[in-house]
Every structure is written in C-alpha cells, then in structure tokens.
Design a protein around this ligand. Structure first.
Ligand SMILES: Nc1ncnc2c1ncn2[C@@H]1O[C@H](COP(=O)(O)OP(=O)(O)OP(=O)(O)O)[C@@H](O)[C@H]1O
Ligand SMILES: [Mg+2]
Length: 368
C-alpha cells in the first residue's frame, strides 16, 4: 500500500469481517473471526490487508483457508485488492505442572515394542515440523542404545556445550539441520556405556533434563525407549507432555504391545493427576512397493487403524517400508531432508500436520 493513500471508508471493515465469518477452522469447527484469528485488518481505499494467525505453522489446510478467505473478501463491495499474511502462534496445551522453560509442547514418540521405527519416526516428524516453519527440538531419551545421533550424522565424541552459572549446570543442545538436539547418549561416552539401573535412571534423567537450555521451541519431540520401564515413568512424571504419538507396525503382536504402551500413558496420567492424551498412531512399514508399483503387505493390513480405533484417535499416517528410509538412517541424512518432496516425505508432512492439528485443537479446548 502506498503511503499517500489516505485511509477512507470505501470498503467497510465490518463487511470484510462478515465475509470472513464463513471461513471455518475445520478442526475447531468455528469461524476464524470468532476464534480471533484475524489480526491487523487494514482498509485503504479498495485495498484490504489482514493477517490470519493460525494455531500452528504446520497447518495442512493453510493454503485452502487463504484462498477461501481471499475469494470471499474479493466479493465484498468496493474491494480491489486483498493482501493476506498467513502467520501462526503455536498454542500450548496447558499442563497443571508447568512446562519446560521455552518449550510450548513436548510430544513423546512411544511404542510397546523395539525396532518398529520409533526413532525414525521421531527424527522425520521433527524435520517435517521444521519444514513447515516451526521451531523444533528433539530429545533422544533412549538410554539403551541412542540411535538418533547416528541418524543425524553426529560425529563420535561430538558433545553439547555446557557451563555452570551461579552453581547451576546448563547444557546447550546441538544444532543439526535447524533442529535442537539433545541425547541422553551425550551423558556417556559411546564406548563407555553406563549401566543404567532403575532408581539411578530417574535421578540422572531428571537432573539432566532440568539442565538443558532449549530456547524457544514450538515442539519438543521425545524419542522414548521401547516398553513401559523406568525411563518412561520418569519422563511422564517429570515432563509435562502435550501428548504422545504411538508407533506400530501392522502385525498383531506389535498391536498388543502398543495397546499396553498406550494404556501406560492413560494410567500414568491418572496417577499423577495429569492427562497425557494420545495424539494419534503412526503405522510404520505398512507395505513394500515393488518396482512395478504393486504393494505387498508383508505384515498384514489394518493394524494401525485398529489401534487408532481402540484409542479413538486418528491414524496419522502409514509409512511404507522403503530402502531410502533405512539409508537415510544410516547415512546421517534422514529421508525428510534428502527427499522432502517424495511420497514418503509427503507422508511425514501429513503426520506432522496431524500432530500439530491435534495439539492445536487440544490447546484451544483447554483455553490456550
Ligand atoms: N519405513 C521404514 N522403511 C525401511 N526401514 C525402516 C523404516 N522404518 C525404520 N526402518 C529401519 O528399521 C530399523 C529400526 O528403526 P528405528 O531405529 O527407528 O526403530 P526403533 O523403534 O527406534 O528401535 P529401538 O526400539 O531399537 O529404539 C532402522 O534400521 C531403520 O532405518
Ligand atoms: Mg529407537
């Protein structure tokens, strides 16, 4: 807008808002005007400009919403130009225990069973959230064999910086591909593993976690070790979680384990008086696609959907079994970075969008 144009009333602001009333947030089922998403509405002659402030940068319907808003406002009397600025302010799921400083939402990635692709999911989910414009951290809490530093190409011996300020230890996460990374593996030398035992785990992990200076994060993704042991317990008790993503493979055995893991979140949530909602289910290694395009369902079909149904949560996505994913894990450059626009990249984007939407919905419901 040129400075010399003097604001006049040729376009009626109220008429613009009335038009925008017809744009709904699909998850919240309410108008974006009612939800107070319209910010900085300016009218100058026939020019209209405003921001739409979404609840997450990873909103999968961002483009549709912008287009719908533009079409509707263009139909308002005297409007010649519409400038829309899509912004976001990630909402926080309110937790009675207070959060990790600077972290809006901590999300645990969990599975009942080892080897189902939890770490792979955590890494690619975190990178997909970054791709959508969010500030993201990744905490590798798997004390049994931290694999995330390898998946992200962290050299052996590379350690986060630390310092002591007024007698209090501070640890600064590594920065990798824009991701703030911390691993419990950094606590130990890789060739000198500490034997982690029950009570010690809790204490060390709690001290360690409280020392990490994350900075401002929209999402902190936490890769949990498999099962329902001490680390999970400590984390759930000490870390206010916005929710958990459950990873499974399609076959039945993984399904039963995963239901146990999911129940753990529900039960522990009750025992500490805080609800840890399950955000959704990721089905990994759903099928293998032959070079002729034919899909082979090696572990059966429908396991992820069944588990999602059991918990009454969405199936966030189905990730095929693909060499590129294994290679991405081994090479230190995850598939979400090497091939973000591939079909698998699109699945991770869909998963990230689903997680962000569920958190936004829960946050809005909790009054954030
Ligand atoms: N969709 C996939 N396609 C191909 N390979 C995959 C896929 N998902 C995971 N993998 C590979 O399977 C192996 C196990 O995956 P990952 O380490 O992510 O599992 P995990 O559940 O974290 O295991 P753990 O229980 O040991 O922590 C890795 O080598 C990984 O690269
Ligand atoms: Mg793992």
């Amino acid at each position: 807008m040129a400075d010399e144009i003097i604001e006049d009333d040729s376009v009626d602001k109220d008429a613009v808002l009335r038009a925008l009333h017809h744009v709904q947030d699909p998850d919240l089922g309410r108008s974006i005007v009612e939800l107070d998403f319209i910010k900085n509405l300016r009218v100058c002659g026939g020019n209209v400009a405003f921001d739409i402030e979404l609840t997450t940068p990873a909103c999968p319907v961002k483009e549709q919403m912008e287009e719908q808003a533009r079409d509707l406002v263009m139909q308002v009397e005297n409007v010649q130009n519409v400038a829309i600025n899509m912004t976001s302010r990630t909402r926080q799921v309110v937790d009675i225990r207070g959060g990790i400083p600077g972290v809006k939402n901590a999300v645990a990635v969990a599975a009942g069973k080892g080897g189902v692709g939890k770490s792979t999911t955590a890494v690619n989910l975190a990178l997909a959230l970054i791709e959508s414009g969010a500030k993201v951290g990744l905490l590798d809490a798997d004390i049994h064999g931290p694999s995330i530093p390898i998946m992200l190409g962290i050299a052996d011996g590379e350690q986060p910086d630390g310092e002591e300020v007024d007698g209090v230890q501070r640890i600064y996460p590594l920065d990798r591909f824009g991701l703030k990374l911390m691993s419990v593996g950094f606590l130990t030398q890789r060739d000198n593993p500490i034997i982690w035992r029950g009570p010690m785990i809790g204490k060390m992990l709690t001290t360690f976690l409280s020392s990490v200076i994350w900075g401002d994060l929209d999402y902190l993704i936490i890769d949990l070790p498999p099962g329902t042991g001490d680390v999970q317990l400590t984390l759930i008790q000490n870390t206010p979680l916005s929710g958990a993503v459950i990873v499974t493979t399609p076959e039945a055995v993984a399904g039963e384990d995963v239901i146990r893991a999911g129940k753990m979140f529900e039960k522990m949530g009750q025992s500490i008086g805080a609800h840890v909602p399950i955000l959704g289910v990721v089905e990994n290694m759903s099928w293998f696609e032959a070079p002729n395009g034919e899909r082979h369902y090696l572990f059966g079909e429908g396991g992820g959907a069944r588990i999602a149904g059991t918990f009454g949560v969405p199936l966030l996505g189905q990730v095929p079994r693909e060499m590129g994913i294994t290679q991405g894990g081994d090479s230190g450059i995850p598939i979400m970075l090497s091939a973000p626009h591939s079909p698998v990249g699109a699945v991770y984007q869909e998963i990230a969008g689903g997680v962000a939407r569920r958190i936004a919905t829960l946050a809005m419901e909790s009054g954030a």
